[in-house]
Design a protein around this ligand. Structure first.
Ligand code: CP
Ligand code: NVA
Length: 305
């Protein structure tokens, strides 16, 4: 069976835990090394990762490129617009061709279904690098960051404040797999997709009250109010106005609560400068951990553990 990494709810809890453990171990093992040196075990040696981007990216693009190099492999990057995909070549035909040329494919797509279609015919592992529906790689980096600073994720409470978007969906998928509690505070008109909410089961509590969500939480997370592809900018800004994360809201969380944001951030909208640049914020470790977590994802896809 080809090991795709499409969504957190599709993987076994044991595999997910192994991926997170591998990410921690890889980060520790190369502390102080130059970024271009390969890990000692080089599980991506002789492997090529293709990356296809239909949307903009800084972190995902650079972290996957650095990741495959540190695993001992190489990369090919293209935007969908530069490919025949952008002129209407079917996703399935693209998948069949790339399967003959590379060892894994990471895709950032507008439509989640396109990644599913690609994976259905791909004979090499496919990794979801964000879709309109989910962003599973981001959540692994976030959980890794929490564990680095606050210990095991199991039993912790995470408060998601703002849009019930792709990143929120992946947090909901992860909650039962890793055994944490997730409090989601969204305006009613921008709640998460109910199919994704269902996957979180009893681990997820949905409310429209940000104060209720952060009460006693170990982690407070937010994201942009206007994701790539969203059109209704003005309506969103109005609806999300009570959902900004500021110092007053952080004060309702646990005393040692940490703040996360996948970035890019819109300071003054979903979060104030004082919080995102303040002592509780772990955003730079979180961004770095995209690299370590994705190395573990790729190593798992290649069957290294
Ligand atoms: N967090 C994240 O995925 O960032 P990019 O859009 O820059 O890849
Ligand atoms: N929710 C955001 C995440 C960006 C990394 C978006 O989809 O634009």
């Amino acid at each position: 069976m080809v090991r795709h990494f499409l969504d957190i709810h599709r993987l076994d809890a044991a595999d997910l835990r192994a991926i997170l453990d591998d990410a921690h171990a890889r980060k520790r093992a190369r502390k102080g090394w130059p970024q271009g040196r390969a890990d000692a075990d080089a599980p991506g040696k002789d492997r090529v990762l293709a990356m296809i981007f239909e949307k903009n990216s800084t972190r995902t693009r650079f972290s996957f490129d650095a990741a495959i190099r540190q695993l001992g492999g190489d990369s090919i990057i293209a935007t969908a617009a530069d490919m025949q995909l952008g002129r209407g070549e079917p996703v399935e035909d693209t998948a069949r061709v790339l399967s003959r040329m590379v060892d894994a494919v990471m895709i950032r797509a507008n439509d989640h279904e396109d990644v599913e279609r690609f994976a259905r015919v791909s004979t090499v592992p496919v990794v979801n690098g964000l879709t309109d529906r989910s962003h599973p790689c981001q959540i692994l980096a976030d959980l890794m960051t929490i564990e680095e600073h606050r210990g095991p994720i199991e039993g912790k409470t995470i408060a998601w404040i703002g849009d019930g978007n792709n990143v929120c969906h992946s947090f909901m998928h992860a909650a039962p797999k890793f055994g944490f509690h997730l409090h989601v505070a969204c305006p009613a008109e921008y709640h998460p997709d109910l199919r994704d909410l269902e996957k979180g089961g009893a681990h997820v509590h949905l409310t429209s009250d940000p104060r209720e969500a952060v009460k006693g939480a170990d982690v407070v997370v937010t994201d942009t109010w206007v994701s790539m592809g969203d059109q209704d900018y003005e309506a969103r800004l109005a609806a999300f106005e009570p959902y900004g994360v500021d110092e007053a809201l952080m004060a309702e969380a646990a005393d040692d609560a940490v703040f996360l944001h996948c970035l890019p951030a819109h300071r003054g909208e979903e979060v104030t400068d004082a919080v995102i640049d303040g002592p509780q914020s772990l955003i730079w470790d979180e961004a770095e951990n995209r690299l370590h977590a994705q190395k573990a994802v790729l190593a798992w896809c290649f069957g290294a553990f």
